[in-house]
Write a new protein. Structure first.
Length: 201
């Protein structure tokens, strides 16, 4: 665990989605005006997660499916994916929700360079039309949790069983296919440094 000014960075390793989700909700419920923001860097074992209002994937897959309280649709988490959960008091930092989504996207774009881009009306980051990073947050009393997931060096085949983020036929890609050699842990650390710079700006 490291502390950068008023932001705590925790490296949690590989942890189950459900227990991490419970911990995020508990942290957000218990925090007050003086609680430092936190970034949780981690990976998850294979799991599909489904955002509010999105339909559950059909049966026939051995990977667990969890309905969660974040925004967004359905996505896949698994080993080799860098996940950063952003437990940030947006109200205290005077950051609007749309501005926070933009900031998270920009952090990934800065990491990947000029080949990465946004798509209008489709939160996340894309390279040549293929999605490389998914975003989903929830805000309670001005305080955000959940965050972003960046495909680094993972098995992408589970994405074929879903419509990623609700888009049928959406291609997905990862950093390894773009020539990067980072591990998920290294990519998460690099992302967190970029994100800290933006939050402290």
């Amino acid at each position: 665990m490291t502390l950068v000014e008023d932001i705590v960075v925790k490296r949690l390793g590989r942890v189950e989605y459900s227990s991490t989700w419970v911990a995020m909700r508990a942290f957000t419920k218990a925090r007050d005006e003086s609680t430092p923001d936190e970034l949780w860097l981690l990976e998850h074992p294979p799991v599909y997660t489904v955002g509010q209002g999105a339909p559950l994937p059909g049966p026939g897959n051995a990977i667990p499916v969890l309905k969660t309280d974040r925004g967004g649709d359905v996505t896949y988490h698994g080993p080799g994916q860098a996940v950063i959960y952003t437990l940030v008091d947006l109200a205290r930092r005077s950051i609007k929700v749309k501005g926070f989504v933009w900031l998270l996207e920009q952090t990934v774009i800065d990491l990947l360079g000029g080949r990465a881009e946004r798509r209008p009306g489709a939160p996340g980051v894309y390279v040549d039309g293929a999605k490389i990073a998914a975003l989903g947050i929830r805000v309670v009393r001005g305080r955000a949790y959940h965050g972003l997931a960046l495909n680094v060096d993972m098995d992408l085949s589970p994405f074929a069983a879903i419509d990623p983020c609700g888009y049928p036929g959406l291609r997905v890609t990862q950093m390894r296919e773009l020539g990067f050699t980072d591990s998920a842990e290294t990519a998460a650390s690099r992302l967190s440094r970029l994100l800290l710079e933006k939050l402290d700006a």
